[in-house]
Design a protein around this ligand. Structure first.
Ligand code: C2E
Ligand code: CA
Ligand code: CA
Length: 620
């Protein structure tokens, strides 16, 4: 570019310089011709040629050999002082002579450029014709063009260097940007840890190393640890994503610090999922690594003034025994991790023999959303009775999944999957709507029954839950006192404040509240005092041993005593026999539920059992 610009610049400058030079040359020739004309006009033309030469001595001296032609006209005399080859004279000159008008110009001669003038003095009859060699172009060429060429060469040279330096800087910047992009693509922006992409690439590299080593007869091992945080969802939902993010950052820093000395790869695999990929380790080493990671995850994390205990569950799968490719390893570590989580075991090593069940769980997890959309979740109803006469006082709605392939699934097969998914709010609203609708049908048939719906503690974080309940009660015109919400006692510390606020709102609209599975949590007695609940359901584990275990009986007695004093209605759950029922009556229990009084039934069977007619309306 610079070279082209220089060439253009040189050409333009050369033309400007030569034009200027020629203008000066023509001007001085014009003045010279005028001076000669004035002189001839004044002095006349000497007839003697030596005189003549003398008179124009100065001209000969000035132009020397450059004078090519010189002619003078004075009145009728035409004197050729320096004869010119007629061929050199351009037609314009001949025309000017013929018309006797002043004219000047340039003509390219044989060897040189020639400048000519025909000057006709207007006030006299004197005319002068001069032809001289012109130098302006040559001078422009030698003085201007040469210098310009040198300058443009230097400019081009400098420009090339500048371009080289610039391109080096730009290339460096590009390289830096590329590196940043590659880093972004392979790392998690929140924690700075390598991400899933990085891990896939890393594993490919591992696989090629394995192929190479296997050819030499060396076997290579590796273990994948799938780490999933336990209470992260609770914290995220109740305290917001900022606190959740801070916890993730602090925990990943803590684990990175521990793992940095090892050759293990630590990856943020998803939201609250991390992976540790550990090569060369024996099984026992991997297990002790898992234990250490669990210990680090359980240590409280400080955010502001509060401490949070997150905890984790870990699944281990080994290469090549538990999977020959990454997908298989991840899947199997996932299966082991879910087993560890559900059974609260901390960590679990993958075992193919247990996998059939896990396969089903993974399959169910993937089908939750479509099951909800296709209304595969149905409610079964179990009566709650008033003792001693066993009159029905209400029903508990218990969800079942009418699975197209698996048949009827009980909640323990899928409730935890729903709770771990993002569908939990939608799911609960669906159940509540169906329960209120059913209640409305019973009221219309003259069998007003209070329906109890189980909610998950995750639902307490749904700000739309109470407004939704209110709107459905209004929509189906069901008085709020016919709806009861059951919440299991074992809620975590994090939720205490949300429990209070949701219970208060439910109380305000007149919905009844039950504390479910009472006696299984540790904080129960203390917090029952402050909670505005209507019912307390004694967990069925106490009822099961009522007749043979004195301590369980004592527990039931104290719950009944507590209920009386705190003005809460106590309901005994899981009553399976007449003996249990009679003993509960003796102990002063006024309300009960269990297989003895009635098993959970689908709506049609329930209506028949209860003698509620017009099934078509009720089951619609
Ligand atoms: P839960 O709230 O304690 O419900 C009572 C469970 O005990 C029911 O099991 C019921 O069938 C069973 N049961 C009732 N009487 C007896 C008895 O005499 N003996 C024995 N051994 N069991 C008895 P199910 O239906 O399998 O429900 C299990 C749990 O699933 C429920 O425990 C509840 O926590 C949860 N669940 C059920 N439906 C829903 C729902 O719609 N939403 C949510 N979030 N959880 C639900
Ligand atoms: Ca319940
Ligand atoms: Ca219960």
């Amino acid at each position: 570019m610079s070279f082209v610009v220089s060439i253009v610049f040189v050409v333009v400058a050369y033309h400007l310089a030569s034009d200027l030079g020629e203008k000066f040359e023509s001007r001085s020739l014009f003045l010279k011709a005028k001076e000669i004309a004035n002189y001839v006009n004044r002095e006349g033309i000497a007839l003697d040629s030596s005189m003549e030469m003398k008179s124009f001595d100065s001209i000969f001296k000035e132009f020397g050999d450059d004078l090519i032609g010189f002619e003078i006209w004075n009145s009728d005399i035409h004197k050729v002082i320096k004869p010119t080859n007629q061929k050199i004279k351009p037609p314009e000159l001949l025309l000017a002579v013929q018309n006797n008008v002043t004219k000047q110009g340039f003509v390219d001669g044989h060897e040189n450029r020639i400048m000519w003038i025909y000057f006709s003095a207007p006030s006299s009859k004197t005319s002068v014709m001069l032809l001289v060699r012109a130098y302006a172009l040559d001078m422009a060429l030698s003085y201007v063009a040469n210098r310009l060429f040198v300058t443009s060469f230097l400019t081009t040279w400098l420009a090339i260097w500048a371009a080289l330096i610039l391109s080096a800087i730009i290339a460096k910047q590009f390289e830096k940007n590329n590196e940043q992009l590659a880093h972004l693509a392979n790392h998690d922006p929140l924690t700075g840890l390598p991400n899933r992409n990085f891990f896939y690439a890393h594993f490919k590299e591992f696989e090629s190393r394995v192929r190479f080593k296997n050819r030499r007869g060396v076997s290579v091992r590796g273990t994948l640890l799938m780490i999933d945080l336990d209470k992260f969802k609770d914290i995220n939902d109740s305290l917001g994503h900022n606190v959740g993010d801070e916890i993730l950052v602090k925990l990943s820093q803590r684990l990175s610090k521990y793992l940095e000395k090892s050759e293990d790869t630590f990856v943020r695999y998803g939201g609250d999922e991390f992976v540790v990929w550990s090569e060369k380790k024996e099984n026992l080493d991997s297990i002790s690594l898992a234990k250490k990671i669990l210990e680090l995850c359980r240590k409280p994390i400080r955010i502001g003034k509060s401490f949070f205990e997150v905890g984790a569950s870990i699944g281990l799968a080994s290469y090549p025994d538990d999977g020959g490719c990454l997908d298989e390893l991840v899947r199997n570590a996932d299966v082991a991790m879910y087993r560890a989580k559900n059974l609260r075991l901390g960590y679990q090593v993958y075992q193919a023999s247990r996998d059939k069940y896990s396969d089903l769980r993974i399959q169910l997890r993937g089908q939750l959303s479509s099951a909800l959309a296709d209304a595969q979740f149905v409610l079964h109803y179990q009566p709650k009775v008033r003792l001693p006469k066993e009159e029905i006082m209400g029903v508990e709605c218990l969800v079942r999944w009418e699975h197209p392939q698996q048949g009827l699934l009980l909640p323990n097969n899928f409730i935890d999957l729903v709770e771990q998914s993002s569908l939990i709010h939608e799911f609960t609203r669906y159940i509540i709507e169906r329960a209120i609708f059913q209640c409305k049908c019973w009221i219309d048939k003259g069998f007003p029954l209070c329906v109890a719906v189980n909610i998950s503690h995750y639902n307490l974080n749904d700000p739309e839950l109470v407004p939704f309940i209110k709107s459905r009660l209004v929509y189906y015109q069901v008085p709020a006192k016919y709806l009861e919400i059951e919440l299991t006692e074992s809620v975590t510390m994090v939720e205490i404040s949300s429990v209070h606020s949701v219970f208060k709102k439910l109380n305000e609209i007149g919905v009844r509240i039950s504390i479910d599975d009472f006696g299984t949590g540790i904080s129960s007695l203390a917090y029952l005092k402050d909670l505005q609940v209507d019912y307390v359901k004694i967990d069925r584990s106490f009822i099961a041993n009522l007749l043979c275990d004195e301590s369980d009986e004592a527990m039931i007695k104290s719950i009944l005593y507590l209920g009386e004093n705190l003005n809460k209605t106590v309901v005994a759950e899981g009553v399976e026999s007449k003996e249990q029922s009679l003993r509960l009556i003796e102990l002063g229990c006024r309300f009960a539920q269990g297989y003895y009084y009635g098993k959970p039934l689908d709506i049609d069977s329930f209506n028949i059992a209860m003698g509620i007619c017009d099934r078509s309306v009720l089951s619609s």
